[in-house]
Design a protein around this ligand. Structure first.
Ligand SMILES: [Zn+2]
Length: 91
């Protein structure tokens, strides 16, 4: 787990008055210690772990979603046709 915060800042356990760890010159700190990760989550919730960058999905298709129901399509023309059906139902 990797955390980012301000550079050279010590994170202190105020109950034990003990320095738990410090961020480096780049404001980064990395740990694989599950106890420490849990401690951070409970005691320092403002420290958010950095997620590994997610590979962009090239296969992802743009979806058009209907505003009125849960209909969705990958074709804008189909969505417009679908909207016409909604209009027709109103009359
Ligand atoms: Zn619809």
């Amino acid at each position: 787990m990797k955390y980012k915060y301000e550079p050279n800042v010590y994170i202190v356990d105020y109950e034990k008055l003990k320095n738990m760890f410090a961020f480096d010159n780049n404001g980064e700190f990395e740990t694989d210690d599950p106890k420490l990760i849990e401690w951070i989550r409970k005691n320092k919730p403002f420290l958010k772990p950095i997620d590994e960058p997610v590979e962009p999905q090239e296969t992802e298709q743009k979806k058009y979603k209907c505003k009125y129901c849960n209909y969705e399509t990958e074709n804008k023309g189909e969505l417009l046709a679908h909207y016409r059906e909604h209009k027709a139902q109103k009359r």
